[in-house]
Structure formats: structure tokens, C-alpha cells
Design a protein around this ligand. Structure first.
Ligand SMILES: C[S@@+](CC[C@H](N)C(=O)[O-])C[C@H]1O[C@@H](n2cnc3c(N)ncnc32)[C@H](O)[C@@H]1O
Ligand code: SF4
Length: 218
């Protein structure tokens, strides 16, 4: 089905420029490796009000930031709730207090949260550099009690591909949705590249990205 760009009701936003993690394939690293500042600014409340007057689904994901670092983020979640705008949060940074997370979850019980924890929690920092995976896992369990939908997103790497069954067990035990994601961002001889071909995407499969991601869903 052809969708008119100007009539789209869904938007994916970078609401800031900050992140405390250093995931090697993130677009952020392209800027820092060339000595450039990450472009953009913190979305303001006025801007978000305008955005939510038009769009019905907002994804706080983007390409160069983690949404938790916008100082207005909890207010945005509240606004989404009050204006009946669906909010999808993609986050991997773990540098907020437990109290902050509880406030964020309670501000919009209808939100969907997707946590990027790549591997068993004690190993995820091998890709998500600086992440406290064990802390974020506990936060994700709290979210699972306070918001409508929570997904544990697990990108498959060499260091975690043999832990997938253990992750399935852990997810089952905690009543969590687990989504394995096959990455397409590996270069030749990449030290993080999985050993098994089914766990990453080769160039000819790129068009099929969504299908492979879905296929890996647990
Ligand atoms: C720039 S991040 C922004 C959202 C949030 N900071 C996060 O990482 O979840 C955008 C997306 O890139 C994904 N991503 C990061 N590293 C990746 C990799 N090596 N391969 C595939 N996707 C990756 C993240 O999981 C996230 O869904
Ligand atoms: S957590 Fe997200 S924004 Fe931060 S470095 Fe990793 S991929 Fe980039």
C-alpha cells in the first residue's frame, strides 16, 4: 500500500543529542570519529505539543541519542498519555535512578518500552559499552509491572549467540517478551560478528531486514 508521506501518522524522533553508551556501530560514533558534534537539540515541550497535535504514534528511538536524557522526557510521556498518542520508547542507556524510571513508567502506563540488552545481563556491556546490564534488566522487570508492553531486544553477537536458550528461559521465567535481532552492521572480520550465519544479515538480505527480525522473535 502506498502511504502519502504528508499523511503519515507515525513519527520516529531523536529528542536529544546525548547518550552515555558507546555502542560501536551507532551513528553517534560516525560523528565522534570525525571530530564532529552530534547534530540536533533537546526537543522542547512546545515542539512536542505541536508534534502530538498531528502524529498518533511517536517512537522515541532515533539514530543518535537515547531518549531518557531529554530533561522533558517524563513530561512528553505524560502528554502522550493525555493526548492519546501511542508512545514507543527505545532505550539502552542505564544512567538514571530507579526512582526516575518508576516516575517515567507511571507517567504513561500505555507506553511500550523496548530495552536494548544484548545478551545475558552481565554480558550486554560487551556491545552496549558503559551499560549496567544487570541494573537495566531489573528496571525492565519493574517496567513490565507498570506499563502496557515491554520488550527485551537482544541483538545477536559472537559473545551472546550461545546464550540465546538461556535468555529464552530467563524471559519465560520473568514473563518478558524477548526479541532477537539480526544486525546488518558487521564488516568483514568483525570481532562481534556471530559465528552462525542465521544470526546476522548479509548484504543481499538487507531488504529482508524486517522479516528476519520477526523470524527471530520469541
Ligand atoms: C541509535 S539507537 C537509539 C535508541 C536507543 N539509544 C537504543 O540504543 O536502543 C537506534 C537503534 O539502533 C539499534 N542498534 C544499535 N546498535 C546496533 C547494531 N550494531 N546493529 C543493529 N542495530 C543496532 C538500537 O538497538 C536501536 O534500536
Ligand atoms: S544506546 Fe543507542 S544511542 Fe546510545 S550509543 Fe548505543 S545505539 Fe547509540
Amino acid at each position: 500500500m502506498k502511504v502519502d508521506f504528508f499523511k503519515r501518522k507515525t513519527i520516529n524522533l531523536d529528542i536529544g543529542i546525548r547518550c552515555t553508551l558507546l555502542c560501536p556501530k551507532c551513528n553517534r560514533q560516525r560523528f565522534s570519529s570525525s571530530g564532529k558534534k552530534v547534530p540536533g537539540h533537546d526537543t522542547t515541550i512546545k515542539e512536542f505539543d505541536t508534534i502530538t497535535d498531528f502524529f498518533k504514534i511517536v517512537s522515541f528511538c532515533g539514530q543518535v541519542s537515547d531518549p531518557i536524557f531529554n530533561p522533558n522526557f517524563i513530561e512528553f510521556l505524560k502528554m502522550g498519555y493525555n493526548k492519546n498518542v501511542k508512545c514507543n520508547v527505545h532505550t539502552s542507556a542505564s544512567h538514571k535512578s530507579k526512582e526516575w524510571y518508576i516516575k517515567a513508567f507511571k507517567s504513561n502506563p500505555n507506553a511500550t518500552w523496548i530495552f536494548g540488552i544484548d545478551g545475558l545481563p552481565h554480558t550486554s556491556h560487551l556491545h552496549r559499552i558503559n551499560q549496567d546490564g544487570e541494573k537495566l534488566f531489573k528496571i525492565m522487570l519493574l517496567a513490565n509491572k507498570l506499563v502496557k508492553s515491554v520488550t527485551w531486544q537482544y541483538i545477536v553477537f559472537k559473545y551472546n549467540e550461545d546464550d540465546m536458550n538461556n535468555a529464552r528461559e530467563l524471559a519465560k521465567k520473568n514473563n518478558l517478551k524477548l526479541e532477537f535481532m539480526a544486525s546488518s552492521r558487521f564488516r568483514e572480520n568483525d570481532p562481534l560478528m556471530p559465528k552462525k550465519q542465521e544470526n546476522y544479515l548479509v548484504r543481499s538480505e538487507l531488504w529482508n531486514d524486517f522479516y528476519v527480525t520477526k523470524k527471530n522473535r520469541t
